[in-house]
Design a protein around this ligand. Structure first.
Ligand code: HSE
Length: 406
């Protein structure tokens, strides 16, 4: 089966190399013989062993009827959306690793794929090499999924792990993540939580059935998290992680949020360190399941792309039953109405302890090592009300971070 790859960056080159190296194994395992016929990239790759396959012209792929599956690893919306749409209209199956594309245009592209009786698959868009889209859409299809909570961004998990383990600051940990190729070119999407937001939107759309757009999801990144927060949280028996979570509420609406959160040390998510990702899925039949593995990097992500290509090879003449419906207005509950506990770090000023004790009855209070600060964890209350109480408390609040129960 002939394939084209659009975008010869970290993931695209990983896909081409994986197929080159493992084509015989893939054939033996699946019966599919994969051959990369064309690689699209605007850059020059003179001297590369793949130079004969390179093209800068999309029409070389669009108009080549021999190419049955197109891999999109360009990233971004433009021109990826246009190219993918045109490939689907030409009745080519498309496999994408592009979370921005799927999170923003998933519903449209799935509909276009359906109209043209081809598949649009995107296992690699969430969790790098971790099989997650297929398990959610197939293996767990006999469950009602109540909630998903994950560490879905390798860069921020790497940064936070380095900060606490090596007592280092945010910027040196970020520089190392970039050097190792985990962070996006512009790390803003990683550190501000947008990358994790796109991924939880994809998972939640799949699990709960309607498209969820990233701009509708309250998202906080990790730039405000300090080593002081992490050290004090540690004294309470928690680690701080960037958690993306989505949960079905009793009225059928969704609580969906991306933010740093305290995770109890006993949680399955707590030992997920470095560039690893994990996604906790709560099914009504299975109970808790943890999908864990490398969430970023060339070969891990390429593995997920190739899994989808093989799925296309198995389903060349038909469309898989897969996808979700359009956005449902009002499906997301305002996060400020949801009851949460907060971990709060305040200045240990005169009367601070008494104020905490009277306002947050029963809260456990722990001093920082230097005794200059106090930390406490509130009981559960609607987040908006809790934040109002804090701002009227007279305490000098240094940070306040949600506590998860996952
Ligand atoms: N920048 C992303 C991450 C890459 O760090 O998780 C994988 O999507």
């Amino acid at each position: 089966m002939k394939i084209a790859v659009m975008g010869f960056g970290v993931v695209g080159s990983g896909v081409v190399k994986l197929i080159q190296k493992n084509a015989p194994v893939i054939r033996e395992n699946t019966g599919a013989f994969l051959e990369v016929k064309r690689i699209l990239d605007i850059r020059d790759f003179d001297g590369s062993e793949f130079a004969p396959l390179m093209t800068k012209s999309f029409s070389d792929i669009e108009n080549d009827d021999e190419i049955e599956v197109v891999v999109e690893t360009m990233g971004g919306l433009n021109p990826a959306f246009d190219f993918v749409s045109r490939c689907l209209k030409k009745k080519k199956h498309v496999v994408s690793s592009n979370k921005e594309l799927v999170a923003q245009k998933g519903f449209e592209l799935l509909a276009l794929a359906r109209e043209n009786n081809v598949n649009f698959l995107f296992e690699a868009s969430v969790g790098g090499g971790i099989p997650i889209i297929r398990p959610l859409s197939r293996c767990l299809a006999g469950n009602r999924i109540d909630a998903i909570a994950g560490i879905l961004n390798g860069t921020t998990n790497f940064i936070m792990t380095k900060m606490i383990m090596e007592r280092t600051d945010f910027s040196s940990a970020l520089a190392l993540a970039q050097k190792l190729g985990y962070a996006e070119k512009d790390p803003t999407a990683d550190v501000e939580g947008l990358d994790a937001c796109r991924k939880i939107c994809i998972l939640a759309s799949l699990v709960f059935g309607n498209h969820i757009y990233p701009e509708k999801v309250h998202t906080e990144g990790i730039t405000g998290i300090t080593l002081a927060d992490m050290e004090l949280a540690e004294r309470f028996g928690y680690v701080i992680k960037l958690i993306a979570q989505a949960k079905k509420l009793e009225d059928g609406r969704l609580y969906i949020i991306v933010s740093p959160a305290l995770v109890p040390k006993e949680s399955m998510l707590a030992p997920v360190n470095d560039v690893f990702n994990a996604c906790l899925v709560q099914g009504d039949m299975t109970g808790d399941i943890l999908l864990y593995g490398k969430g970023a990097g060339s070969s891990a992500t390429a593995s997920a792309v190739v899994g989808d290509i093989i799925d296309c090879a198995d389903n060349l003449e038909k469309r898989k039953f897969f996808g979700w419906k359009e956005e449902k207005e009002g499906q997301i509950e305002d996060y400020l109405n949801i009851p949460v506990s907060l971990f709060v770090r305040v200045k240990n000023e005169k009367d601070a302890r008494q104020k905490v004790e009277s306002l947050f009855n029963g809260a456990r209070i722990i001093e920082s090592e230097s005794k200059a600060e106090l930390g406490f964890i509130t009981g559960e209350e609607a987040e908006g009300a809790l934040r109002e109480k804090l701002s009227d408390s007279g305490l000098t609040v240094l940070s306040s971070i949600r506590v998860t129960s996952y």
